[in-house]
Write a protein that binds this ligand. Structure first.
Ligand code: PSU
Ligand code: MN
Length: 306
């Protein structure tokens, strides 16, 4: 049924039919996560890195009410240029955008959903949404966590930004049975920084081991996804104190301005970037490249098992 709303690009379709590795990528990171034109440059470089590592990239978005897996460079440019004017699409937005024939930038949630519809199992991004600080009063918990609980896609990220309550995010994932794996580490990485002081569930040291874990989870009939946290390369990691000061300031500004709901995450990301003078943007780009390479290798290893 859903196939009538789904468009695979010719390249993605051919790769899937031939049993070749494919890696999904999200579009909210382009429209809402980074400024133009760096966002477009990054999105195109990420696709290139995936190709260099032997897989086919499938950037996911909603265009004119069509669910797209695989964008043209022109479509990526369109999302990058329109930026936050494009609707940030979470699970609750999907049916309305398709029914109305509108555009939507897909978050981790909707990228997982559309990847699963397309038959793509591995997805690379920067950071996931999670339990926000102060969630005990705001109830702001990203739909990304619920999607990880329900949709069988492996999400490879650099952890979550400390704009979130990382401890509560881990608790939520544990309750919902989502394995949190650390790539080459036992410590949960915190996006810009390699350290959070919190532990992942399991340390995993190779793409083959990641692929095996995901394969077994599917074979056991377990319904959810898996979260892989891949620390930012040492040379691009930021000083924890500088970042945390910026985060504290950004959170205060958000509360003073009464920003909430779906605007919270984009506001915090943009403000932290401004406060750290663009250094955080460079780190952000580098960690996405690192995740893309690991995702491509993992997708290849997973295909070898099937
Ligand atoms: N965190 C980042 N960069 C991002 C996002 C989160 O470091 O670009 C985006 C992703 O698309 C993620 C979404 O799925 O924000 C989460 O938004 P919310 O907190 O409103 O669920
Ligand atoms: Mn939210």
């Amino acid at each position: 049924m859903y196939q009538q709303y789904l468009d695979l690009s010719p390249e993605v379709k051919a790769a899937l039919e031939a049993g070749k590795p494919v890696v999904a990528l999200e579009s909210t990171i382009i429209s809402h996560g980074m400024p133009y034109p760096k966002n477009v440059e990054t999105a195109l470089s990420v696709e290139k890195i995936i190709r260099e590592n032997g897989a086919t990239p499938a950037t996911i978005a909603i265009i004119g009410g069509r669910l797209k897996a695989g964008l043209t460079p022109e479509e990526i440019e369109y999302f990058g240029k329109k930026g936050t004017a494009i609707t940030k699409a979470s699970r609750r937005d999907l049916a309305m955008l398709v029914a109305r024939g509108e555009d939507g930038a897909t978050t981790v949630t909707t990228t997982m959903m559309i990847a699963h519809m397309a038959g793509i199992k591995i997805f690379a991004t920067g950071g996931i949404g999670g339990v926000h600080r102060g969630a005990e009063t705001t109830m702001d918990i990203s739909a990304d966590l619920e999607e990880l609980a329900n949709t069988p896609v492996m999400v490879i990220c650099a952890g979550a930004k400390a704009i979130l309550d990382l401890g509560l995010t881990l608790e939520y994932l544990e309750t919902h049975g989502v394995p949190v794996l650390g790539y080459g580490t036992e410590e949960l990485p915190a996006f810009y920084s390699r350290h959070s002081g919190l532990k992942v569930d399991y340390r995993v040291d190779s793409p083959e081991e990641l692929a095996k874990a995901f394969y077994v989870q599917s074979a056991l009939g377990l319904k959810g996804g898996m979260l892989v946290t891949n620390p930012i390369p040492e040379e691009y990691a930021m000083d924890g104190t500088a970042i945390n000061d910026a985060i504290e300031t950004a959170l205060k500004m958000m509360n003073e301005r009464g920003i909430h709901g779906k605007e919270s995450t984009p506001f915090l990301l943009a403000t932290v970037k401004d406060l750290t003078g663009g250094e955080s943007l460079e780190s952000n780009i580098r960690l996405v490249y690192n995740n893309a390479a690991l995702a491509a290798k993992t997708a290849a290893a997973l295909n070898a098992l099937q």
